[in-house]
Each structure stands twice: as C-alpha cells, then as structure tokens.
Design a protein around this ligand. Structure first.
Ligand code: NDP
Ligand code: 2IT
Length: 461
C-alpha cells in the first residue's frame, strides 16, 4: 500500500545548494507553484550538480541549467468521451515536451487519476537525464491523463484513447515526439492510440509510438524491458562485490508491467521474489512468486493481487500495510513515486536489505535515500536502473526505421549491454567527481553533461 505523498523536505532541509543552483531552484519554485513532485525531481538533480558547475562555469553562464528546468512546450487539452451507458465523461490530457537536444521527445503516457501537470513535469524532467544515460538519440518528454482505466470496459478504454489521440496526433511524430506506455498504459492502450493516429493521418508511421504489438511494428523484449533492465542493473551492482542473485530474497512492489518482468528475471538469475503488491495490499509467498499465476491474475484477468493468494496455497494476503515490512536482501520498488519514505526505508534496513534499485520513477523520497546512504545500503536511482524500458523503445524505433525485426536473444543482449554501459558510466562519473560508488551523483552528472553540451552546441534556442 502506498501512502499519500507528504511535502517532507520543506520541514526537513537537505543538502544546501550552491548559490547559483539555489537561484535556479528558487525560480523553479516561483514559476511552478504547487507542483511538489516536479520541485522534488529538480532539487534531486541540482543537489548533484554543485561539483559540475564549479568545474564547468559555462553551464551557468549559458543558462543551461535554467533552460533545462523549463519545458520546451507544454500541451494541455480536453478529452471528452462517452461511457458504456451513454454518459459524456471528461478528462484532461497532457504532453510535456521537455527537452529535444539529443533527439525527438521520448517518454511514456500515464493514465491514472492522480495525474496533473506536476506529475507529468517530474516524469518528463527525469526522462531527459534517463534518456541521455541510455546513450541513444532521444530527448525527454512525458504525457498522460487523469483518466482511470480501472473498472472500464475495453470499449470505454478505446473511446477514451481515440479521443485522447484526436488531439495528441498533431503534436507527435517519428521525428518530433514519440510516446509509449507508463502506469495504466500498456499494449491494449498503445493499440487503440496507434489505430487512431493511423486513421487520422492516413500514415502507417510505426515510429510514432513504441510498445506496439509484435504484428504491427513492435519489438520483442519491449514488454519485459524495464523489469529485466532493472534486474540486469542490480546484477551489475552485485558483481562489483563478487556476488550474484543466487539465493537472494527479493521484494518487489507493484504487480504491473515493470514488477512482473522484474520478478521473471530475478527468478531466471537464481533469486527468489517473496512478496509483491498493488495499491490495495500485498502478498507474501515464501516459496517464491508463481509467475504464471501472477501473470494470469494481473495481465489476463486484470484482477486484484489478493486473488493471487486465494489461488495459491501457502501464500498470504495483507490488506493495506507496507510490503517493505517483509524482510529481504534486495528491494525493487516498481509501483509509483514516493512509495518509500523514511519509515519504510528504516523497515527495509531492519529487514536486512543491502541493495535498493528503483524500477519505478522516484519511488524513494529524499529522506529514504538518505537513510539508505547512512546505513550503507547501495541505492540505484530510477534514471539509471529503469532506463531499460526507454532504451528498448529506442531499439524499437531503430527496427521501425530500418523495417527490420530482431530476435529475442539479440534484443535482450542489446538491453543487457546498455544496462552494463549505464552502470559503468554512473560509477566512472562518480569516481571522476570524487563521490565513488554514488550512483545518484553518477547518474545525474553523466545524464546532465551530455544534454548540457548538446544544448550549448545548438545555441540559445
Ligand atoms: P502498471 O500500470 O503496469 O502497474 C503499476 C503498478 O503500481 C500496479 O501494481 C499499481 O497498483 C501500482 N500503483 C500505481 N500507482 C499507484 C499508486 N498511486 N499507489 C499505489 N500503487 C500504485 O505500470 P508500470 O509497471 O508500467 O509502471 C510502474 C512504475 O514504473 C511507474 O513509476 C512508471 O513510471 C515506471 N516505469 C515504467 C516503465 C515502463 O516501461 N512501463 C519504464 C520506466 C519506469 P494498482 O493496479 O492497484 O493501481
Ligand atoms: O518512464 C519511462 O521510462 C517509461 N515509461 C518508458 C518510456 C518509453 O518511451 O519507452
């Protein structure tokens, strides 16, 4: 169960910022009132950039940091649609095209009732640095709607997606902006969105969306990529101390796309996932999650995680509560932002966790990240650890551009290689800036520098 978000850092000041960075942060607060998640994401990056601006004053002189915090374009639109009873429903749609210095805007669409501009901006901001870290030619963007797909029929989801795309189509394109999935948006939604794009534009433009089905331009491994990639990243962390997943107990939060394929890869690498969750509660299965049953409950039946425990002898369901109370060696938060605050971090540390890697975007609050650092828990931020999803989206774009389709083995090997590359880039950069082993600083600095250099090269635009 994920708790309501709490504006913790206002009362709990963290690392002081360099004065020039504080000016940027103050401006971000002033320009974007009430968008707490966006403030949090910006602050987290700025806290890593102190040594960068000392070494490279040109980033401040050219106002690169100021510019990187301001989206290039923000689109907000009305999404009316008709439900199965004939009632007209209304939602709000968003697309924030944050930064295109490295390539077309790239990032997912989230359909969840909590979505508002501040969430889309935090996700779009994170996406800039994540996409940069992948080494692929993709800028950063994000979108979504406050539409709640839960309990809606396929026909309702289709009508919503068609209405959403009726506006979105004029803003996206293979060379402009390439959306994909995120919370509440999977293969079904991408299908309806792609169908409507094709119908309106009369173009079979495969490269306009990623996460497509295999028979209509999708890539093998894209469904698995985020979860697999997170586990590959942890495998690299474990290798640095001569360890592996073998015999390790793992707790995963969520039971959606990222969580399910994280479970699958942990099991393939010899670990045991003993618990996972949804927004209503969590299940504990000491024998290891039965993946086929989990997929049946969540992917086929779209049911609640409690039904897993109903069908599995030996498993138990806990309504509400915190999945982080379950002892483990490795924790993979794969549900949503701010799901681990200080109290959950302390519970994890007490339960024996030695590595925490973010499969979700910003699931750990700053207080949680500090608690992990103080306890010597290795912490891998989402920008690095969950970049496998968007990296494989870029591989899907490559296949679309060359009208090719790669094998599962080849694509998975490319993903593993990309994750190794991100891992090594984080550590090399952390060494270079005298913060050895700090994956947060390594990811933020390496992600930032590539975008900042491109922005300087492209002029004041
Ligand atoms: P899904 O919609 O497939 O699954 C989301 C899971 O998280 C569900 O189990 C859901 O439970 C739970 N969850 C979502 N929102 C909340 C909430 N507010 N409170 C409690 N539980 C919640 O999404 P994904 O697996 O695709 O995404 C999970 C995370 O991974 C997100 O942070 C996303 O941004 C991130 N991510 C996703 C990528 C992708 O390729 N899909 C790539 C990189 C990061 P319930 O069903 O009960 O709502
Ligand atoms: O947060 C993310 O990286 C995603 N939701 C995937 C984005 C993508 O374009 O594949």
């Amino acid at each position: 169960m994920v708790r309501a978000w709490w504006p913790f850092w206002n009362d709990d000041p963290v690392t002081a910022l360099d004065t020039k960075l504080q000016d940027v942060y103050d401006e971000v607060l002033g320009r974007n009132p009430g968008e707490q998640e966006f403030h949090q994401a910006v602050r987290e990056v700025l806290e890593s950039l102190g040594p960068v601006v000392s070494k490279h004053p040109e980033y401040v002189d050219a106002a690169v940091i100021h510019r990187i915090c301001e989206p290039e374009r923000q689109i907000i639109f009305r999404v009316p649609w008709t439900d199965d009873r004939g009632n007209v429903q209304l939602n709000r749609g968003f697309r924030v095209e944050f930064n295109s210095a490295l390539g077309p805007y790239k990032g997912g669409l989230r359909f969840h009732p909590s979505v508002y501009l501040g969430i889309v901006k935090f996700l779009g901001f994170e996406q800039i640095f994540k996409n940069s870290l992948t080494g692929m030619p993709i800028g950063g963007g994000k979108g979504g709607s406050d539409f709640d797909p839960k309990g809606r029929s396929d026909a309702e989801v289709m009508r919503f997606c068609q209405s959403f795309m009726t506006e979105l189509h004029r803003h996206i394109g293979e060379y402009t902006d390439v959306p994909a999935g995120d919370i509440g948006v999977g293969g079904r939604e991408i299908g309806y969105l792609f169908g409507q794009y094709k119908r309106i534009t009369n173009r079979y433009e495969s490269g306009v969306l990623t996460g497509k089905g295999l028979s209509w331009g999708g890539s093998l491994v894209r469904t698995e990529a985020t979860g697999y990639g997170t586990v590959f990243f942890v495998d690299e962390i474990l290798k640095t101390s001569g360890q592996s997943f073998d015999g390790k107990a793992v707790v995963v939060s969520g039971s959606g796309n990222v969580a399910i394929y994280a479970v699958e890869k942990v099991h393939q690498l010899g670990g045991t996932v003993v618990a996972c969750s949804d927004s209503a509660g969590y299940i504990v299965d000491e024998d290891g999650i039965d993946l086929e049953l989990l997929k049946d409950v969540k992917e086929v039946r779209r049911a609640r995680i409690s039904e897993y425990a109903d069908a599995r002898p030996g498993a138990r369901y806990v309504a509400g509560g915190s999945v982080w109370d379950v002892p483990c060696d490795i924790a993979l938060p794969c549900a949503t932002q701010n799901e681990i605050d200080e109290a959950e971090a302390v519970a994890l540390i007490k339960g024996g966790a030695k590595v925490v890697a973010e499969g979700a975007n910003m699931p750990c609050t700053p207080a949680a990240v500090r608690a992990f650092a103080d306890a010597g828990v290795v912490f891998a931020p989402g920008k690095a650890a969950n970049a496998g999803g968007v990296a494989t989206s870029a591989l899907e774009m490559q296949q679309n551009a060359s009208r090719d389709a790669w094998s599962f083995e080849h694509t998975e090997e490319r993903l593993a290689e990309i994750m190794r590359g991100i891992h090594d880039r984080c550590l090399t950069t952390a060494d270079e800036y005298d913060v050895p082993g700090n994956y947060v600083a390594g990811a933020n600095i390496a992600g930032f520098i590539k975008v900042a250099d491109a922005m300087i090269a492209l002029g004041v635009i």
